[in-house]
Design a protein around this ligand. Sequence first.
Ligand code: T1G
Length: 697
Amino acid sequence: MSEVVTYSREGAIGVITVNYPPVNALGHAVRSGLLAAVEQGQADGEAQVLLLVCEGRTFMAGADIREFGKPMQEPGLPQVIDAFENCRKPVVAAIHGTALGGGLETALGCHYRIALTSAKVGLPEVKLGLLPGAGGTQRLPRLTGAQKALEMITTGDFVAAPQALELGIVDALDDGKDAKAAGLAFAQSIADEGKPVRRVRDLTDKVEADKGSAIFDQFRAGLQKKARGLFSPFKCVDAVEAAFNLPFDDGMTRERELFMECMESPQRAGLIHAFFSEREVSKVPGLAADTPVRDVKSVGIIGAGTMGGGIAMNFANVGIPVTIVEVQQEALDRGLAIIRRNYENSAKKGRVTQAQVEERMALIKTSLSYDDFKDVDLVIEAVFENMAIKKEIFAKLDEVCKPGAILASNTSTLDIDEIASATKRPEDVVGMHFFSPANVMKLLENVRGSKTSDEVKATVMAVAKTIKKVGVLVGNCHGFVGNRMLHKRGAEAMALVNEGATPQQVDKVLTDLGYPMGQFAMSDLAGIDVGYRIREERRKAGEDVEASWMDKLAEQGRLGQKTQAGVYKYEDGSRAPVVDPAVDQIIADFRTEQGITPREISDQEILERCMYVMINEGAKILEEGIADRALDIDVVWIYGYGFPAYRGGPMFWADQVGLDTILSAVKKYHDSIGGEQWQPSALLDKLVNEGKAFGDL
Ligand code: T1G
């Protein structure tokens, strides 16, 4: 018997127990153990009914994702599930935690299922670029019908146990916390009532009801928008459809074919890299896992603007009281009104109850005095991007806040060390860069200053988890990781339009790559004046910043969505960008003024100059230790800027393009355009010379 799966008997019940932390993933050892255990149960004359349970935090959470991409070791999961399904004794699965993917598929191969009311079930393979590959697309529809099966399998969303009962996915619920006890009692009732073996594969009523339904094409049409650029959701529909067109065994064969197509797609590689990277970033190299973490039970926020309000909501959402300080009461009133409006909108969409809205609003206090910060554990400054103002604020915080309070800035680009220099506690100063809208975007870019203590680093990483953000710890430089790369992309995009491209052509290259919006649509959203002020400040500081047609937009008051016109125009209050011929004229006039003769620019050149300049900068960020690992950069871009997760992040994507291809293009642009941004990164050069990739670091 394997150590991870054991067989025992309790009365007339043969108990198969899986114990493979952390989530009982169905790795080779578990699959072999399950096969042996169900054969043992079959042979055990004393056992009338078999029970499958798991130890630890959850029922099986799916195939072991770490095995993907490696040669599959027998027995495969479908074979294991067949053994359960063809067992001549009734088999009961007792579900707790999250029965996901292959875990739920194994439960569907059992004859009966009981779940703790607190449990959830799901088939989230689509989120990994896959589809349920162990019968889920064939068995689930036989219990739920086409509509619900298609919804669950194409979204990967989890379903709570009570709803799973309604859908027929489970047969009973138990309000307790002990899945084994619930399972034993349920199995005993099956034995007492002499209930038969009931194979899901033999159920036909739902299949008959939806045979020939138009629902499959309707789902395909709906996915055109929802799953733009994705591969596996469409394969999910094909696989579920096979359950309604083919006998079970043929349907299983079709599912396997489609599963292998997904397994071989680069999107599966990208999504699994994103899955593990999202978890890896919380393990900061050089920061001991047992570094003490300070309690953060109350938070102060300076600034009730869009960012301050959004940041406040993150803490109120998890029950942490927040005090917002502003210099004027009307700013506080305005900020609080925006917060309430955001919550009311969420309530209208059913994301929160009205009671939760009131609970959260009650946790957000306002004040005009820093004195209200004297007991808080963490203060986050979220005011205008001006160093003098920030230093003044931090000097005041240093006086008011208690020893051990963490002083954080939400600055998106400015020097954390310089901010810290305004205090006598630089070890307690850190950057916490939220992304707008701060109550929605998952990324929290935590920025360590040169004196930030390990305890403060560990604490802000723990705060990220508490407020359900993906925290990435990065070093201190202009723009940190995300914006430093974004500024390079933005400068190239602007230059490409100076030289002859149109804004919409540039944006389309980026949205075709999978970004949710292009460079200029994003500028309109953020505000053209933001970039304009940064360029003007850099010019005042004596930097040689190239003139741009976007300066003309700002000077003409075309600031973006907030003025209904920027790079694009926005009609009737819509946020959909519409190409504006007036902008073409502004660009043409600018070119004339600058003596530029526009030229035809290819989409490939746009892709290379926007993306490769970012990769080159990312390599420099790694060289300088601003990011510890390439995967940190990938996570920053997926969760902060919408880089398509199915491409794994910019650095993972670069590895797939080929670093030699990228380096030769960087050298080409260094020769033709020049500038430090095209100075080839030494790390990029080294990796190419050694035939390595970012993934080898
Ligand atoms: N395989 C391997 N490791 C896994 C894993 C998995 N399926 N799921 C989680 N882990 C690790 C994770 O890397 C982390 O490791 C630890 O467990 C805790 O995870 C044939 C082909 C279960 C809801 O997609 O959604 O079945 O960092 O930090 O927030 O059709 O993990 O501690 O070293 O996320 O409480 C389908 C993916 C697979 C489920 C728990 N299953 N996992 O969330 O903890 S494909 C999934 C999750 C499949 C079949 C197909 C979540 C969770 P470490 P965590 P959590």
